[in-house]
Design a protein around this ligand. Structure first.
Ligand SMILES: Nc1ncnc2c1ncn2[C@@H]1O[C@H](COP(=O)(O)OP(=O)(O)OP(=O)(O)O)[C@@H](O)[C@H]1O
Length: 220
């Protein structure tokens, strides 16, 4: 009896994207199986956010295909939060948008990321790191099979940075696929696969922007 290999969570082929005459992506190919934690690193301006926007369906490629059979969670580099609303109100809006029966998972994520105490605080009054915790929670709270995370640990303190990686490992172990995009990758050993976005294409391996875990590797 032959068994069909499981469908990858994400399959990308020959993606090109230009802004005017600036040809940013020049044939990106990528396949992400279920239950993998993968990274894309690249210098500032390499096209990482452009790629993630295309994968998330927020931007059209000029050419190429993106196949993603399930739901996805997208954590954008720029938080899309309303400063006038509280953390709880954001959770409620996204509960409706995701059609979730309850907020159990969202509240568990608040605990994991250690910001339950801010539930009634308005976004305007939150620190940058706490806003990013909310940004990440909104991307994860519906527990999708594929996560696209753009600079997800920006602004995190050391403890939260560690909590982020524990959470990512737990999601991976539950079969979720995670693609983390960053201009710099400490702790490269945490990734099952790592690509470098270079001259508009993905090159497998650490590449110039990746650094082995320095001591101390504290993100700022
Ligand atoms: N809307 C736009 N119009 C014109 N050029 C753009 C636009 N968005 C991005 N670019 C350009 O495309 C290139 C890639 O940008 P992108 O934001 O994807 O890079 P990045 O790798 O995510 O950078 P960073 O690490 O600084 O976030 C840059 O040169 C940028 O100036």
């Amino acid at each position: 009896m032959t068994t069909t290999p499981p469908e990858p969570a994400l399959r990308v082929g020959g993606v090109h994207r230009s802004y005017g005459r600036h040809h940013v992506l020049r044939g990106v190919d990528l396949e992400l199986p279920a239950g993998r934690l993968a990274g894309v690193v690249g210098e500032n301006g390499a096209g990482k956010s452009t790629l993630l926007n295309i994968l998330a369906g927020r931007l059209s490629p000029d050419a190429g295909t993106v196949h993603c059979p399930g739901r996805l969670g997208y954590c954008p580099q720029q938080t899309v939060l309303n400063p006038a609303f509280t953390v709880d109100q954001h959770l409620r809006f996204f509960q409706v948008a995701y059609d979730l029966p309850d907020l159990k998972r969202a509240h568990a994520l608040l605990e994991v990321l250690n910001f339950t105490g801010y539930r009634r605080h308005r976004v305007a009054a939150l620190s940058g790191g706490t806003r990013q915790k909310l940004n990440l929670t909104l991307a994860l709270m519906h527990d999708p099979p594929l996560l696209l995370l753009d600079e997800p640990y920006q602004g995190f303190d050391w403890d939260t940075y560690q909590r982020f990686w524990d959470l990512a490992a737990e999601l991976r172990d539950r079969g979720r696929s995670i693609l983390v995009v960053s201009h710099i990758a400490f702790d490269t050993a945490r990734f099952d696969r790592l690509w470098h976005l270079e001259a508009g294409r993905l090159v497998e391996g650490a590449g110039a922007s990746a650094a082995p875990a320095p001591t101390p590797a504290v993100p700022r």
